[in-house]
Design a protein around this ligand. Structure first.
Ligand code: 5GP
Ligand code: ZN
Length: 114
């Protein structure tokens, strides 16, 4: 989808700070970090949100979570704990309609989120 910012980033048509790139997923640093570590993990495929996932995406979803774990280890936040967030839709606070997981760490998280 050419009008999707994250599709453009995945295709390297819009610059971003890549943490890692895999066959089916990539991870980039959030342009407006909310914690010392703030990485966005997303599929290369355009999927609108977590709510649009189907059973055909089960393997992809698992790969995204594996990538989250690897990033948490590499960023040295796994031991102390971190947060994984998927905002869904406008009331969920989603601003980019391409599925992504926020990986946030390096500071104490609070609850409830705003
Ligand atoms: P959402 O609000 O959809 O859950 O998350 C979108 C995230 O994308 C936000 O945290 C926002 O800071 C980040 N973001 C928006 N535009 C860009 C961009 O051009 N590059 C990067 N790296 N992150 C972006
Ligand atoms: Zn997209």
């Amino acid at each position: 989808m050419s009008d999707c910012l994250f599709c453009e980033i995945v295709a390297h048509r819009v610059p971003a700070s890549f943490v890692t790139e895999e066959e089916h997923a990539v991870a980039i640093r959030d342009i407006n970090p909310q914690a010392p570590t703030h990485v966005l993990v997303m599929p290369r495929e355009h999927i609108t949100s977590a709510d649009a996932l189907t059973p055909e995406h089960d393997e992809l979803w698992a790969a995204l979570l594996r990538l989250v774990q690897r990033i948490a280890r590499d960023e040295d936040i796994a031991g102390r704990g971190y947060r994984v967030v998927a905002n869904v839709g406008s009331m969920g606070g989603q601003t980019v309609d391409h599925l992504h997981l926020h990986v946030l760490g390096g500071r104490q998280m609070t609850w409830p989120p705003g």
